[in-house]
Design a protein around this ligand. Structure first.
Ligand code: NAP
Length: 254
C-alpha cells in the first residue's frame, strides 16, 4: 500500500496520454476507452453525460480526440448526445499530419437497428476526408442500409450483431491503428467482453446519484477483465486514471 500524494504540476494534461506507446496492440488495433463516472460508478445523469463532466474533464475529453485515428461510439450515445463530427484546431490538424495521421479522425457509429437520424450533423457535416462510418451487421434492414450508404461509409461486421473483432479488423484495414471508444457503456462492454479494450482513461467526478448505468455493461456470461493502473492526475477533485489491460500471464494470480 502506498499513499498517492499531490506531486509536481502537469503543464499539459494531454502530454502523459500522448506519450503512451500504442504501436504494438495485442489484436487488430489499439483500443482506448475514455469514460467519465461518478463516485458511485454512474455513467449518466438523466440519460446524458454532461452533468458528470467537470471543466477539466471537458477540456481533456475534447483534446484526447487528437490522439485517435477514429472515434468509435455506440448508437444510443449518438441518439442521446447528438454527436457532431470531430473538430480540431488547424494547429492540431497540422501536428497530426506530421505524425502521419489524417488531419481529422472520423466518427464510427455501431448499430444493428440503423435507427438513426441520417440528416443529423454527425453525417451531414462530416468533412470529405473524414466521412462518418456506420458499422452494422448483415441482418440490418435493407432499406435503412440503402439510405445509410447515402450519408456514410457502411461497414458490415458480423451477421446478427456487430462482432467487435470484425469491426476493429475493418477499421484496421482502413488504416485506423488507434481507436478511441467514447462509449456508451453497452458498446464498451462488448469490447471488454471480446478482450479488445487495451486502455481505459477513466475520469472520476466528485459526485454521486446518477442513473443506474455503470461505465461498462458487459454482456451476460462475460468473464472478468483485469487492468493495471498506469497514471493518475487530479484537478479540482476530479481524478484522471489511466489503466491498461493486464493479460492473464501478467496477473499475479494468473
Ligand atoms: N459516462 C460516459 O463517459 C459516457 C460515455 C458515453 C455515453 N454515456 C451515456 O451512456 C448512455 C448510452 O449508453 P448505452 O450503453 O445505453 O448505449 P451505447 O453503448 O451508446 O449504444 C448501444 C447501442 O449500440 C449498438 N450496439 C452495441 N453493441 C452492438 C453490437 N454488438 N452489434 C450491433 N449494435 C450494437 C446498438 O444500437 P442499435 O440500437 O441502433 O442497434 C445498441 O442499442 C447515455 O445515457 C449516454 O449519455 C456516458
Amino acid at each position: 500500500m502506498e499513499l498517492l500524494e499531490h506531486g509536481a504540476p502537469v503543464p499539459d494534461p494531454l502530454q502523459p496520454y500522448l506519450e503512451v506507446d500504442r504501436s504494438r496492440p495485442r489484436h487488430e488495433c489499439w483500443v482506448m476507452g475514455h469514460m467519465v463516472a461518478g463516485l458511485d460508478g454512474t455513467a449518466a445523469i438523466a440519460g446524458r453525460v454532461g452533468a458528470l463532466s467537470t471543466p477539466p474533464d471537458q477540456s481533456l475529453f475534447r483534446r484526447m480526440r487528437q490522439i485517435a485515428d477514429v472515434v468509435l461510439i455506440g448508437a444510443e450515445t449518438v441518439r442521446r448526445e447528438g454527436y457532431a463530427p470531430i473538430r480540431l484546431s488547424e494547429e492540431t490538424r497540422e501536428q497530426r499530419r506530421l505524425r502521419g495521421q489524417t488531419p481529422t479522425p472520423p466518427v464510427a457509429v455501431v448499430t444493428r437497428s440503423l435507427d438513426l437520424d441520417l440528416a443529423a450533423s454527425v453525417f451531414a457535416d462530416a468533412p470529405e476526408d473524414a466521412r462518418t462510418l456506420l458499422i452494422t451487421c448483415a441482418a440490418a434492414d435493407p432499406q435503412r442500409l440503402e439510405a445509410a450508404h447515402e450519408v456514410a461509409t457502411v461497414v458490415i461486421a458480423g451477421q446478427e450483431r456487430v462482432d467487435p473483432a470484425a469491426a476493429l479488423q475493418a477499421l484496421a484495414e482502413r488504416g485506423h491503428a488507434v481507436v478511441l471508444c467514447e462509449g456508451g457503456p453497452r458498446w464498451l462492454g462488448e469490447l471488454v467482453a471480446a478482450d479488445r479494450l487495451d486502455e481505459l482513461c477513466l475520469t472520476l467526478s466528485p459526485l454521486m446519484g446518477g442513473d443506474l448505468l455503470p461505465v461498462s455493461v458487459t454482456p451476460p456470461g462475460a468473464g472478468l477483465s483485469h487492468f493495471t493502473l498506469r497514471s493518475t492526475m487530479v484537478e479540482d477533485g476530479t481524478l484522471f486514471l489511466r489503466y491498461e489491460s493486464l493479460p492473464p500471464e501478467r496477473r499475479s494470480d494468473g
